[in-house]
Structures are given as structure tokens and as C-alpha cells.
Design a protein around this ligand. Structure first.
Ligand code: ADP
Length: 455
């Protein structure tokens, strides 16, 4: 469960409990207060009116200030058990027995009896309904207001925590994208809240600035170094040829041959390194156009046929129909050549290598499968790193083309195409490299709608 949901649930539940407690308290205390209020009104009105009544010559006289109803209280004056002044509420029902000085309930009324002089009886009646009604009104209002209050509190809290957590969600998303090998130039957009979360986002952006700079410097460094090494290596090579042509003999000749072979390897390494760093440095310029994968796979199979034939490896192509992706042809060709070249290189004589291309609604899939030496599990997540080789003993001495740079380039090519590259392998059984390209053209669009822009 998300933190914001947990926090919102927690304080909404707490608020609900608090509201219920306050409401219960109000109802209890409020009910009592309302009752004692009604009782004191009944008492005071009855006592006041009793003062306005007197008996004169056997007849009941009332002063001008006498009222038969006042502040909700009905006043009835009895003389010799007969109603002599005021009124009894019509809905009272049976008149309760007279009990001077007591306050009690009778049906729907509170009754207060006072004994006047010479057999006069003054009785006050106050409708209990009016007390209960005002109380019910308060209860209903509180019951209606409570859910609204809870809803406002919950929505307000969700909105505030949502805003506060948005940068964190974005940090997670950005970090995941960077982790997936995408764009190092991505930053988090920071709301101007100056709180802890925006400080975290700021720190993250700062870290990304430094990372991006150091990655760029590292790329530039390998590009510069390989560029600078090209000339001296070429000079060594030509001097070596010159010395050999001059007719060197014996140990000197052997040494020169060794130097020529090693500088040859060095020249290939430098060329590969330069290719990779140039590729990585030109991310912004990659132009994506419709590319036909099956045709490229056919070209690659033809190109590798002599190499495969030499090792008596059966090279198969399984690309039954045209499959189009958005990409740069030379880069995709390089990717296929690297994968298929590795498959041929790491498969012993008599083995099989299959290139397959298939298309579907979810995108195109290129798979290169072999039944060669395979890759142990613990190396699988590292083989796409630069200079990573599973183990040196797999490589024949003088295997000039093996520097652990091929798959790094493949990974980069897959990334700029928005494709994913993965591998499944078992030592002694073989390997399968799979590249999944995003669907193209996007649903509903015609191939002419899109394409052309950089990755
Ligand atoms: P290299 O130039 O050394 O082949 P790569 O980057 O292409 O460099 O490959 C890295 C490592 O992954 C290789 O050294 C090799 O051990 C292993 N590898 C790559 N492809 C295969 C394959 N099809 N079968 C077995 N091992 C492979």
C-alpha cells in the first residue's frame, strides 16, 4: 500500500473515532443540558404565573400579567379540582395526579405542580418534544456534517501528500530509466515547495549532473586515447613491415613477427574502442528510419557463410516474412553481425547457429541461437559491460577480434532504438540472444507518418 494511502487512512480513521466520541459526548451532555434548561424554564414560568393568581371572595382572579402560555409553558390554574384559569395542553391525555412542588413527566410533557393559597393549584406543562426536537436537529446536523468533514480531510490530505510524493515517484521513475541504460541527461522537475522532498530531488539532480559529466569525460577520454594511439601503432606496424622486408633473420625475425601480430591486435582494439566511443558520443544524431529486419538478417547470413563453412557450422535463417522496425540500418547490421559472429565464434565445429526474425503487435523480435559453449549463469549480467570477457581461456591465443567490446556496442545500439537485449544461456548447451524492438508503425499510423527523428 502506498504511504500516502496509509497516512490518509490512518488520520481519517482517527478523525472518525474522534468525531464519534465528540458527538456521543455532545449528545449525552447536550441532552442533559437541554433537559435541565427545560426544567428551569418550566419552574420559573410556573412560579411567576402562580404569583399572578389569587382568590378573592371564593373566585379565582388573575392579574394582567397572567398568561396561559409563556415561553412554551402551558399554565393551568385549578380551584376545587376545576380548571379556573389558563389552559391544559390538548394532547396531554389523562391529567396526572396533583403533587405539589414536584417536577415529573406525564406523557409527552414535563409537569410542575405548585400549591397556591386556599386550595388553589397551579400547574405548568412543558412539551418534552421541543427539547428532544432541538436535540435531534443538532444530532442530524452533526451526522450530516461528519462524513463531509471526513471526506474533505481525506481529499485534502491525499492532495497534499500526492503533491509531496510526486517528486519521489519521479525520482524512482528517473532512476529506473537511468538504470535501464536510457538517458543520463534526464532530470526531475522540481516544484518550488522548498521542503524535504524538493531538497531530495535537488540532491538527486545534482548527483545526476556530476554523473553525466563524469560519464561524458570517460567517453571522451577513451575516444581521445584511442584516437591518439592510432598513429603510433600504425607507425610501429609500418616500421615492423619495413624491418621484416629488410631481411631480418633468426631471433630478430621471430621478435619482429611477434611485434607485428600484437600490434595488429592492438590496431583492431583501437578501432573497436573508437567505434564504440564514437557511437556513444553521437546519441543525439542517430536518425531512425524504417528498416527491414529480414533483409538485413539475410545479408548477415551471407556474410558469415564462409566463416561458418570453415567450421562446418550449419547457419540457418528463419525470417519468413518482412518485418519493419524504426532504426538506423548500419547500426542494426552491426548488432546482427556482432551477435551472429559471436554465435559462430563460440560454437564448436559441426554446431548450429540460427538467426530468426519475427514481427507481431508488440514489436519485432530478432533472435540469434547457437548450440555452442554457452555462458555460465554468474557472467550473464556482466557480458554487456565494456571489456568483459567470460574467461580468457576461451579465447585462442592470437584471437585478435576478442576484446569484450562487441556486446557493449550491441547494448548501446539496442538502447538507442528503444529495444531491449537479453540473453539465455547454459554452459555446454548453447546461448540465445534476443533483441525486442518496439512496435512500428504505431497502431493505426501508416509507415509514412513517422520516422526521421533522433533517438
Ligand atoms: P568478444 O569480442 O570478446 O566476443 P563480446 O562483448 O562480444 O566480446 O562478448 C563478451 C563475452 O561474452 C565473450 O568474451 C564471450 O565469452 C561471451 N559470449 C558472447 N557471445 C557468446 C555466445 N554466443 N556463446 C558463448 N559465449 C558468448
Amino acid at each position: 500500500m502506498k504511504i500516502r494511502t496509509k497516512v490518509t487512512l490512518w488520520y481519517t480513521a482517527l478523525l472518525a473515532v474522534l468525531l464519534a466520541a465528540v458527538l456521543a459526548f455532545l449528545l449525552r451532555v447536550g441532552g442533559k443540558l437541554a433537559l435541565s434548561g427545560s426544567e428551569s424554564v418550566l419552574r420559573s414560568v410556573t412560579e411567576e404565573m402562580a404569583g399572578e393568581v389569587e382568590l378573592e371572595n371564593g373566585a379565582v382572579e388573575t392579574d394582567d400579567d397572567f398568561r396561559s402560555t409563556s415561553r412554551g409553558v402551558f399554565i393551568a390554574v385549578f380551584y376545587q379540582s376545576k380548571l379556573a384559569a389558563g389552559q391544559v395542553p390538548e394532547d396531554l391525555g389523562r391529567l396526572p395526579d396533583f403533587a405539589a412542588g414536584t417536577l415529573r413527566t406525564a406523557g409527552a410533557y414535563l409537569v410542575y405542580d405548585l400549591a397556591g393559597e386556599d386550595g388553589l393549584a397551579v400547574r405548568g406543562f412543558f412539551a418534552r418534544e421541543s427539547t428532544a426536537e432541538s436535540q435531534r436537529g443538532i444530532t442530524l446536523a452533526a451526522l450530516a456534517a461528519a462524513p463531509v468533514l471526513l471526506l474533505i480531510a481525506a481529499l485534502g490530505g491525499l492532495a497534499i501528500t500526492g503533491r509531496a510524493f510526486r517528486p519521489i515517484e519521479e525520482i524512482a521513475r528517473t532512476a529506473a530509466q537511468i538504470g535501464a541504460g536510457r538517458d543520463l541527461s534526464r532530470r526531475i522537475e522540481l516544484p518550488d515547495t522548498r521542503d524535504e522532498v524538493s531538497a531530495l530531488g535537488g540532491a538527486f539532480n545534482g548527483m545526476m549532473d556530476r554523473l553525466e559529466r563524469s560519464f561524458a569525460a570517460e567517453k571522451q577520454f577513451s575516444s581521445d586515447v584511442s584516437h591518439e594511439l592510432r598513429t603510433p601503432v600504425a607507425v610501429i606496424q609500418s616500421q615492423c613491415e619495413y624491418a621484416l622486408a629488410g631481411g631480418a633473420e633468426g631471433d630478430v625475425r621471430r621478435a619482429l613477427l611477434e611485434i607485428r601480430s600484437r600490434t595488429g591486435e592492438m590496431a583492431v582494439l583501437i578501432a573497436r574502442l573508437l567505434e564504440l566511443s564514437r557511437a556513444e558520443n553521437r546519441t543525439a544524431e542517430v536518425v531512425l528510419e524504417p528498416v527491414e529486419l529480414s533483409e538485413l538478417a539475410e545479408t548477415v547470413t551471407e556474410e558469415l557463410a564462409p566463416q561458418a563453412e570453415q567450421k562446418r557450422i550449419t547457419l540457418r535463417l528463419c525470417a519468413p516474412e518482412p518485418v519493419t522496425v524504426r532504426g538506423e540500418q548500419t547500426l542494426i547490421l552491426r548488432l546482427m553481425l556482432n551477435l551472429a559472429g559471436n554465435a559462430v565464434r563460440y560454437t564448436p565445429e559441426g554446431g548450429e547457429v540460427t538467426l530468426s526474425v519475427s514481427g507481431g503487435k508488440d514489436g519485432a523480435v530478432l533472435a540469434v541461437r547457437d548450440n555452442g559453449i554457452g555462458i555460465p549463469q554468474e557472467h550473464l549480467d556482466k557480458i554487456f559491460n565494456r571489456f568483459y570477457r567470460v574467461d580468457a581461456s576461451r579465447h585462442r591465443d592470437g584471437d585478435g577480434g576478442s576484446f569484450g567490446l562487441g556486446l557493449a556496442l550491441c547494448k548501446w545500439i539496442a538502447d538507442v532504438h528503444g529495444a531491449s537485449i537479453s540473453v539465455r544461456s547454459a554452459p555446454g548447451r548453447g546461448s540465445e540472444f534476443t533483441v525486442k524492438f518496439p512496435a512500428w508503425p504505431p497502431d493505426g499510423a501508416s509507415p509514412g507518418d513517422s520516422g526521421g527523428n533522433g533517438a
